[in-house]
Design a protein around this ligand. Sequence first.
Ligand SMILES: C[S@@+](CC[C@H](N)C(=O)[O-])C[C@H]1O[C@@H](n2cnc3c(N)ncnc32)[C@H](O)[C@@H]1O
Length: 284
Amino acid sequence: MNYRHAFHAGNFADVFKHAVLARLIEYLKRKEAAFRVVDTHAGIGRYDLQASEATRTGEWQDGIARLMNAELKPNVAALLGPYLSAVRALNPDGQLRFYPGSPSVTRHLLRKQDRLSALELHPQDAQTLQAVFAGDHQVRVIPLDGWLAMGAHLPPKEKRGLVLVDPPFEQSGEFERMAEHLANAYRRWPGGIYAFWYPIKDLAAVERYRDRLAGLGIPKILDTWLLIRGAAPESGLIGSGMVIVNPPFTLQDELSVLLPALCGYLQSDKGASSGTRWIAREQV
Ligand SMILES: C[S@@+](CC[C@H](N)C(=O)[O-])C[C@H]1O[C@@H](n2cnc3c(N)ncnc32)[C@H](O)[C@@H]1O
């Protein structure tokens, strides 16, 4: 386990992921009934953008910093409002210094009846995350393998909610593992919303992943992605995507406003693009 998210916190992929995460949580809040978010690869929850890891890569400068400095159109500002309020809550003096990881974005948006279960395998990171949420009875930090524990936590007792899966993709075969774990989790809890993040480096590998997902027999899967540059050989991480199972009926319309705007703020060349596409769509 070499991956440390502190090097990448607040980069373009985090902005995309956390903006989509916030839309999913806002949808769950339309009903009064309690829900639970299960974050299987939670990280440390709060990142100092002045720390050596973040300053070494400077990735956040082309991510959250661009967004915070942008003039947002009213409809885009409305959709980004919940996410950006989580960022602002960590930076009350208006200077961008701290960035919220997924558990902090989620926690900021929970109501008093809602809960978060956050799994993190790295012992030191799990300890840091436990300290962030010490004494918070709405959050349970679990220092275990998110893949193994996911099954045990599904379905949650609230029977409503979201499973966020955001692994480091540092081992080969991660796409295959994602599809396999999604199939298992869905069997345990077909009513949950699932958001599985993925990196885009190799477009052919992403296509194979989409094909694999299409063959799982899960009736509602929406794919969404944001590429910050055109694909070129050896160009590394060019974008990222989220596979959403059981997406809110509002999501695709929201993303049709949000993603082109994010693409404009975050792009690094004219080959940038974004989109959504159904991988599987139940016929009604
Ligand atoms: C991409 S980072 C998570 C970032 C976080 N979701 C966010 O958006 O702020 C992936 C995290 O997964 C942790 N991790 C790696 N393997 C894991 C596993 N099997 N179970 C749980 N956590 C794991 C890593 O230590 C790392 O903190």
